[in-house]
Design a protein around this ligand. Structure first.
Ligand code: NDP
Length: 254
């Protein structure tokens, strides 16, 4: 295989959760552009259908399944749908997640902390379990952590920071468990990307964040994250497992 071919995903099948908006849409499209057929899951079916059309516009196949990743049976059903449609699962991108509400710790409702951990951490595990049962040697899992796993944005986000740090622990343990099965498990740590989760940021706040925390001098473009996910999904990263790669314009240097 030539070096550049290692970056391609021709003949592979990817599963992407949270593909109804933001980064998940860019991951589904990016993986398809690299050659993969894609199975996508999220709760909002109409928005998933938009992503499905965008994937199909690249010439690849797509199956969309309503999925709540906090429901173990839904996670199994998404992987089953990928197997039924395409006969294999080579790549899982555990993207579904959100930051929850920001409350000072002494006022944080237990239900909000539980919900954030349930979604960002446990949902990733249920999906990895289902995919790990069918993945063959040469497969790859990419988990979505966050720079918030390693630093703070000086906002009260205990649940989110803990969940995203937990995702790094999950990444390491699954990588160690599955190395000999030929399944690699890595994470990315995005900085700030403008998606539904962050679109409420004012222009002034964005400028202040960039000035204070982003050496590269701009917020992330969705394709910055998608390119890294394609790399970690592909044989170009065949000897990389158990790590978290920041995609943050240098936030973690500050
Ligand atoms: P968005 O809010 O744009 O997208 C989140 C996605 O997750 C949606 O597609 C949503 O779909 C899905 N989702 C939420 N809850 C569930 C659920 N229970 N089951 C299945 N899907 C669910 O956020 P982003 O694109 O910004 O975030 C994507 C990932 O990247 C998240 O894990 C986030 O924590 C991480 N991240 C993002 C950063 C950023 O700057 N944007 C920075 C660091 C990390 P639906 O509502 O249809 O279910």
């Amino acid at each position: 295989m030539g070096l550049l071919e290692r970056f391609g995903l021709n003949g592979k099948v990817a599963v992407v959760t949270g593909a109804s908006s933001g980064l998940g849409v860019a991951f589904a499209k990016g993986l398809a552009e690299a050659g993969a057929d894609v199975a996508i899951g999220a709760r909002r079916v109409e928005k998933l259908e938009d992503t499905k059309r965008a994937v199909e516009a690249t010439g690849r196949r797509c199956v969309a399944v309503r999925t709540d990743v906090t429901v173990v049976e839904d996670c199994q059903a998404l992987v089953d749908a990928a197997m039924d449609a395409f006969g294999r699962v080579d790549v899982l991108v555990n993207n579904a997640g959100d930051g929850g509400e920001y409350h000072p710790a002494t006022e944080d409702p237990p239900e909000q902390f539980r919900r954030v951990v349930d979604l960002n951490l446990m949902g990733s595990y249920w999906m990895a379990q289902a995919a790990g049962r069918v993945m063959q040697p040469g497969s790859a899992v990419v988990n979505l952590s966050s720079v918030m796993a390693l630093t703070t944005a000086k906002m009260p986000a205990a649940g989110y920071s803990a969940a995203k740090a937990g995702v790094l622990g999950l990444t390491r343990d699954l990588a160690a468990q599955w190395g000999e099965k030929g399944i690699r498990v890595n994470a990315i740590l995005p900085g700030t990307f403008i998606t539904e989760q962050t679109e409420h940021y004012s222009e002034n706040y964005k400028k202040a964040v960039i000035r204070a925390r982003v050496p590269i001098g701009r917020l992330g473009e969705l394709e910055d994250a998608a390119a890294t996910v394609v790399f970690l999904a592909s044989d170009a990263s065949a000897y990389i497992t158990g790590v978290g790669i920041p995609v943050d314009g240098g936030v973690l240097l500050t």
